[in-house]
Design a protein around this ligand. Structure first.
Ligand SMILES: [Zn+2]
Ligand SMILES: [Zn+2]
Length: 479
């Protein structure tokens, strides 16, 4: 993408631990505690530890805790955790989020059982992360929820009781809604990933870590909705603090977006075309931010696609300005799927090599995305281009010198009876031999002879009543 941000590359974290702590416990250690010291250097934001030991067949048991540099107990997991992480923002259950100060820390080993003649060899792998960016999480925290390249379906915008999400309690009173209910609703919708985006806070990050092992088929990503008096924008990919009080400083939005990029954040402008007022304070995009500094635009918010509130024209206007912000969608669910725009409506569908946070975010940065407006779970829209042996998918750029023929392939699934529309540079393009979708799996090919100039071409699919079903990112030509 031709945008300024995206400076934190995924997959850069070394696979090797920073420290490996090994030792042997014997029968003499039965019913004792042992501290295993290690040094946390300056500049570390997250400590992640994996732990294992031998001798379980002899009923050897080693419990696990963590002591901070002041000797304070930072958590105790007994024998229940072999992997944990702690940072100032989040921690694995059993452990306490708190700032990671440099100095001498210790693993605290408890020995509830070790037979007189037994020996247990333990190994702890210690990983230090120097930022709270997802891309800097160590490999044990980045195990894919699913492997393999695929279109992954998710929802990138929702609120729970960690901000203003509410639901009715046992006494029929509206209360801050437990996060679990929203995640459960997303799982019932069979989504592959969700991002929970609370207003200006990431207090939900620990709870997502707690829920992730239970929701083993759905990737849970922490995000936040940067919520200001002059616009809302989601940020994904980092748990680092970000000062959202842009009204207090001149050029505040641009400074904040620069900081977001430094932190490894992916920023999406939300519901840009909403009116701002007492009904929705700061909801409209009324600031002077340089939109080249954002990576995505939530052009579909809930069910607004075919309404006057749609932000699709706002997104398209940025394409016309020469920018490449990725089209995404978000339900903005506030009611654990019991409201008008339940989680999954719309669904953002991302092509990614695996189901991890960094892979999904990189797929969004690359524009490998279409939006399934109703989120029906199986609709597909693909637009691919090829010329001179070079290929491009939605979001990619293809160089096509003047006179060269570009071959396009369009693939629409599960939209029988619908109609395809192509849009080039903001106007409908008459390039398709047949616009009707006559079947559950339809492929169309067409050619375009390049004039050598910069263009963008996108596809959309509408049902028989003209309602939008699928909306894809453009293939960019010569830009
Ligand atoms: Zn908002
Ligand atoms: Zn929101």
């Amino acid at each position: 993408m031709a945008t300024a941000a995206g400076t934190v590359a995924a997959g850069t974290k070394a696979a090797e631990p920073d420290l490996v702590l090994r030792g042997v416990l014997t029968g003499a250690d039965h019913h004792t505690y042992r501290s295993v010291p290690f040094t946390v250097p300056e500049g570390v934001e997250r400590v992640t530890i994996t732990f294992d030991y031998t001798g379980k067949e002899e009923h050897s048991v080693i419990d696990l805790g963590l002591l901070g540099p002041d000797g304070a107990l930072r958590g105790w997991s007994g024998g229940s955790k072999r992997l944990f992480t702690v940072s100032s923002v989040d921690a694995t259950p059993s452990f306490i989020p708190a700032p990671v100060a440099p100095g001498q820390w210790a693993l605290l080993l408890g020995v509830p059982n070790l037979r007189k003649t037994a020996e247990a060899s333990y190994t702890a792998q210690v990983y230090f992360s120097r930022s709270l960016a997802a891309a800097d999480e160590p490999p044990p925290l980045r195990v894919p929820v699913r492997s393999g390249a695929a279109w992954y379906r998710g929802d990138l915008h929702m609120h729970t009781g960690h901000s203003d999400g509410s639901c009715v309690n046992q006494s029929s009173v509206s209360v801050p809604c437990p996060l679990f209910l929203t995640v459960q609703a997303a799982a019932e919708r069979k989504l592959d990933f969700i991002a929970v985006t609370e207003h200006n806070t990431v207090s939900h990050a620990s709870e997502l870590r707690e829920l992730q092992p239970y929701f083993s088929k759905m990737l849970l990503m922490p995000g936040r909705e940067i919520t200001t008096f002059s616009g809302h924008a989601n940020m994904f990919g980092t748990l680092a603090p970000l000062d959202f009080r842009v009204a207090a400083t001149p050029d505040g939005w641009n400074r904040m977006l620069d900081q977001a990029a430094t932190l490894g954040g992916l920023v999406s402008i939300n519901h840009a075309n909403r009116p701002s007022g007492e009904a929705c304070m700061g909801c409209g995009w009324t600031n002077d931010a340089d939109i080249a500094k954002v990576q995505a635009i939530e052009a579909v918010n809930g069910t607004d696609a075919d309404t006057l509130l749609s932000s699709i024209p706002f997104w398209q206007a940025q394409l016309q300005r020469g920018l490449h912000p990725t089209l995404i969608g978000g339900s903005d669910d506030h009611r654990a799927a019991r409201g008008d725009t339940p989680v999954g409506t719309p669904t953002t569908v991302v092509y990614a090599p695996e189901l991890t946070q960094t892979a999904i975010l990189d797929g969004i940065r690359a524009g490998h995305v279409f939006v399934d407006i109703a989120g029906n779970g199986s609709r597909l829209l693909e637009l691919n281009a090829e010329t001179g042996g070079r290929q491009a998918m939605m979001g990619d750029s293809l160089a096509a010198p003047g006179g060269l023929t570009v071959q396009f392939k369009l693939h629409v699934a599960q939209a029988d009876g619908a109609t395809i529309k192509l849009v080039m540079d903001g106007a409908e393009a008459d390039l398709l031999p047949a616009r009707d979708v006559d079947g559950d799996d339809v492929q169309r090919s067409f050619n375009w002879i390049s004039d050598g100039k910069p263009h963008w071409l996108r596809a959309e699919v509408r049902d028989a009543r003209g309602h939008l079903l699928l909306l894809g990112n453009p293939v960019y030509l010569n830009r």
